[in-house]
Design a protein around this ligand. Structure first.
Ligand code: C2E
Ligand code: MG
Ligand code: MG
Length: 759
């Protein structure tokens, strides 16, 4: 019976709907009619009962008396009429103490009024109610019961009794709770375990989001706990862990969580923080506390803790990842020397993840054969010949199109994948050389090799295996360009590798020479046949007088060490002229050809014609002091590019370093100085300032339009700008030709300036 049933509450089950759950008296075998007669308590049945009725009553009485569950019968008002032995055992009350009372004296005070109202509603509506209820035993202890009450109706559908059956589930519930506690807590310290921690993190995340708060998820690992376990035994180790637990709990607030997630690993949730600094302060204090000496069982020990943590918001992810991030940060703290605190770096993690994804993708690209080699010719300007090709990797990405090395090689760093790619490139290049040879084209191909690849212990044997796969091919058709040669560690070892490869017939170039820290020692000790002057030198060589001097310096070095030279990144014919003048004959760059697919190469080689300007300059080499004239042409073409790009992007700022004042430019200095002095007699020279002014007036106008946001007008002027620059370039070219002409003519009498002009 619900313990607080009121006597005036009269449930009235629907007599027509007995199926809903109300018992009829016949349905309980006349149990109700026996109530209060003492019959139920007396298995020796009344002699007057006989026949079928008698056996049913006997059965009912036996069920009542012997049931393991407690049974209580009340009248229609709820007044207790009888209880069985089991109920007496459960409640602690004898029938005498209970019969005639209303059941509400049994109530536990644990349920609100609504709970009992709900039971009544159930009884009224369905004639029964079933559920869990807390009652109080006679000894005052609480008792949890599974109760099912049914209303009993007579043959006319009138309510006569209630029968309640009770199962004592107190112990069951307690052991269930114990099991649950075990499932969610650590047995040694009683702290929440990993499972409960996951739950708590989830709740904490929800709360942070609701309140715009700040949460720290921390991972703590004791430093050198194992030696303590080993020295003093596991029991002492356990004592220490319990002591650490106490200190941890004392260092945080009630609302925070301390959990144990492994042998000497703990996790902490610091909730409702004011600032990241607060998290660091709390954890520092906690670390200091853990580091204080421990004294127990005549043992005195000290221990420290490495802590990693992550903050939310900031690290907005799921509970598992948060804990993993804190763990990663802890790992760094440990690595940095223990007893440290380290905050997880979200951005760095993103970068690392990105890198990992990239690596996986690159690996797949290698398997799926998405890499290609493009070939860029190297030509000898003096002899007008193609002397070789550089193989440059490209990635034909199915979604992103053709990718350049900078888009994917940098990600690799020193990863072994870079070596795999290098191996692929060597094999691919050899295949291609063999292919070209079949078509009658004999071309030397250089393949770029990273320093780490070269230093791999298997490098030589693998190279030998590659060459062996092409027995018909002379190995001298393969060359290797060593990248970052300045960063190569053991020069002696590298030089041995290079020597061994050279014995096999494969030569080397030192790529990007002059960048980084290329020591003379490298140049002296590394037996590479060729130096490739880095393109930055070529790019800058006409900008200042020092530009050409730097190249001249490298060329002198190369000559002193008897190395060949290739200049790469030659974008303008004039650069080639200057290089020839400096005695650098072999060049590679956009001025000659851009890297191209293997299939296009034979045709390109067949059609190759050296630029006539090179031959002309060989006959009449330019004076170094006249280089500014060559520089001016390069400069104007670059200027045209800059202006076009600025207009396309609507970007005024790109035009800010315009040299509109001719006199201030280095070409202007030449023009009004040495130029006029030497070639003042040439009308072509006097055309230049006008042409220059025309071109730069238009670009100044474009700059004004861009500044005002008139991109349309800037676009229109671009056409005119191109024409003016073209006129200027033609003017410069005409001047150049006139100077060459002048040099061919007999020296005019009294013009000492031409004394040593050419030759
Ligand atoms: P690198 O070996 O110095 O190659 C020369 C780079 O300059 C190439 O860039 C080439 O396309 C570019 N270039 C050639 N002429 C000009 C020019 O006139 N102007 C300008 N601005 N650039 C020019 P790419 O193909 O993007 O390669 C870049 C770098 O990637 C290479 O520099 C090399 O260090 C590396 N690389 C290329 N292929 C491989 C490879 O198969 N394996 C390895 N490990 N690295 C490679
Ligand atoms: Mg190279
Ligand atoms: Mg290079």
């Amino acid at each position: 019976m619900p313990s607080s049933l009121k006597t005036n509450s009269k449930p009235l089950p629907d007599p027509n709907n007995q199926d809903e759950g109300a018992w009829t008296d016949s349905a309980i075998f006349g149990l109700g009619s026996l109530v209060g007669t003492g019959f139920l308590d007396n298995p020796a049945l009344d002699a007057r009962s006989s026949g079928k009725d008698e056996s049913r009553l006997r059965l009912a009485a036996s069920v009542f008396a012997n049931a393991h569950d407690g049974i209580m019968i009340t009248d229609a008002t709820g007044c207790i009429l009888d209880i069985n032995r089991a109920y007496a055992r459960i409640s602690g009350y004898s029938p005498d103490e209970i019969i005639g009372r209303m059941p509400n004296f049994l109530k536990s005070d644990l349920h609100p009024l609504e709970f009992y109202e709900e039971i009544w509603r159930g009884l009224k509506k369905h004639g029964q109610w079933r559920g869990e209820i807390w009652n109080r035993r006679k000894n005052g202890h609480l008792c949890q019961e599974l109760m099912s009450i049914s209303a009993v109706l007579n043959g006319f559908g009138e309510l006569t009794h209630y029968v309640a059956i009770y199962t004592d589930i107190t112990e069951l519930k307690e052991s269930q709770l114990k099991l649950e506690h075990l499932a969610y807590h650590d047995a040694l310290t009683g702290l929440p375990n990993r499972v409960l921690l996951g739950d708590r993190i989830q709740q904490a995340i929800a709360s942070v989001k609701r309140r715009n708060g700040l949460l720290a998820i921390c991972f703590l690992d004791l430093d050198d706990f194992k030696p303590i376990n080993d020295t003093y035994g596991h029991q002492s180790g356990d004592r220490l862990l319990i002591e650490v637990t106490k200190r941890l709990k004392d260092s945080v607030r009630e609302t925070d969580t301390v959990a144990r997630i492994g042998g000497d690993e703990f996790a902490l949730l610091l909730c409702e923080l004011e600032s990241p600094q607060e998290a660091s302060d709390i954890l520092t204090r906690l670390q200091q506390r853990v580091a204080l000496p421990y004294k127990f069982d005549h043992i005195s020990a000290t221990i420290s803790a490495s802590i990693g943590y992550t903050l939310l918001p900031g690290d907005d992810t799921d509970p598992d990842s948060l804990l993993r991030h804190a763990d990663q940060a802890m790992y760094i703290a440990k690595h940095e020397g223990r007893n440290r605190l380290h905050l997880f770096d979200v951005e760095q993690d993103l970068r690392i993840r990105h890198k990992r994804e990239n690596l996986t993708r690159i690996k797949k690209a290698l398997v799926d054969r998405e890499f290609r080699l493009y070939y860029q010719p190297k030509v000898d300007m003096r002899h007008g010949k193609v002397v070789g090709m550089e193989a440059l990797i490209r990635w034909q990405h199915p979604e992103l199109g053709l990718l350049m090395p900078a888009d994917f090689l940098l990600v690799l760093g020193d990863h072994p994948l870079l070596m795999e790619i290098g191996e692929w490139a060597i094999h691919e290049a050899l295949t291609q050389i063999a292919e070209w040879r079949k078509g009658g084209l004999k071309l030397r191909v250089s393949v770029n090799i990273s320093g780490s690849h070269l230093l791999h212990p298997d490098f030589i044997s693998r190279l030998a295996a590659h060459l062996a796969a092409f027995p018909q091919l002379n190995p001298r058709y393969l060359e290797l360009e060593i990248l970052e040669s300045s960063a190569l560690g053991d020069v002696h070892h590298v030089s041995q590798v290079i020597s061994k490869c050279r014995e096999m017939g494969v030569d080397f170039s030192l790529d990007d020479f002059g960048t980084g820290y290329s020591s003379l020692l490298h140049l002296k000790r590394l037996p590479a046949k060729t130096l490739k002057i880095d393109q930055t030198f070529i790019h800058d060589m006409l900008d200042t007088p020092e530009g050409a001097d730097a190249i001249a310096g490298i060329l002198n070095l190369a000559s002193a060490f008897k190395r060949k030279v290739v200049a790469e990144g030659v974008e303008f014919i004039e650069q080639g002229i200057v290089l020839l003048r400096l005695n650098c004959d072999v060049v590679q760059g956009y001025a000659i050809a851009r890297p191209m697919p293997a299939a296009e190469l034979p045709n390109w080689v067949a059609k190759f014609q050296p630029d006539p300007a090179w031959q002309a300059s060989l006959r009449l080499p330019w004076r170094r002091s006249d280089f500014p004239l060559l520089a001016a042409e390069v400069e104007q073409r670059r200027w045209l590019k800059i202006v076009s790009m600025a207009v396309e992007r609507g970007d005024r700022a790109a035009l800010s370093n315009s040299v509109s004042n001719l006199r201030e430019s280095s070409f202007g200095h030449w023009l009004y100085g040495i130029g006029t002095e030497r070639y003042g007699s040439l009308p072509e020279l006097h055309e230049i300032p006008k042409l220059h002014l025309n071109a730069h007036r238009v670009s100044a106008e474009i700059a004004v339009h861009l500044a005002r946001g008139n991109t349309g007008q800037a676009f229109e002027l671009l056409v005119e700008h191109r024409s003016r620059i073209r006129e200027l370039l033609e003017g410069l070219l005409a001047l150049r030709a006139a100077i060459v002409d002048l040099s061919r003519k007999p020296r005019p009498v009294g013009d000492p300036s031409l004394n040593s002009t050419f030759g």
